[in-house]
Ligand binder design. Structure first.
Ligand code: SF4
Length: 89
């Protein structure tokens, strides 16, 4: 893991196809919530599960873990992230 603060770490988002920061992943889901793919995307970069468990309310973390077990179809993901990008412009 780099010395860069976790929120500033970047990766290529598989949904957007461009670099984004971890900070963005925390607000890019439905209703400005965390992206449901966060565990899948970041596990190789740092212990994202432990980080989220330590930094999220327990109920929200539990819900994320349940959501992560049920991946959305690709169309739903694309629509969700496109709406998010549209809102941010
Ligand atoms: S967690 Fe979501 S927003 Fe972040 S890189 Fe993965 S797909 Fe993109």
């Amino acid at each position: 893991m780099s010395d860069q603060p976790i929120n500033d770490q970047e990766m290529r988002c598989p949904r957007l196809g461009s670099p984004i920061s971890f900070r963005y992943c925390m607000i890019s889901g439905a209703d400005d919530d965390i992206c449901w793919k966060v565990l899948d995307c970041w596990w190789e970069t740092f212990d994202v599960e432990a980080y989220l468990k330590a930094n999220m309310p327990e109920a929200v973390f539990k819900q994320l873990m349940e959501t992560a077990d049920k991946p959305k179809n690709k169309i739903s993901s694309i629509i969700e992230i496109a709406e998010k990008v549209k809102k941010s412009k």
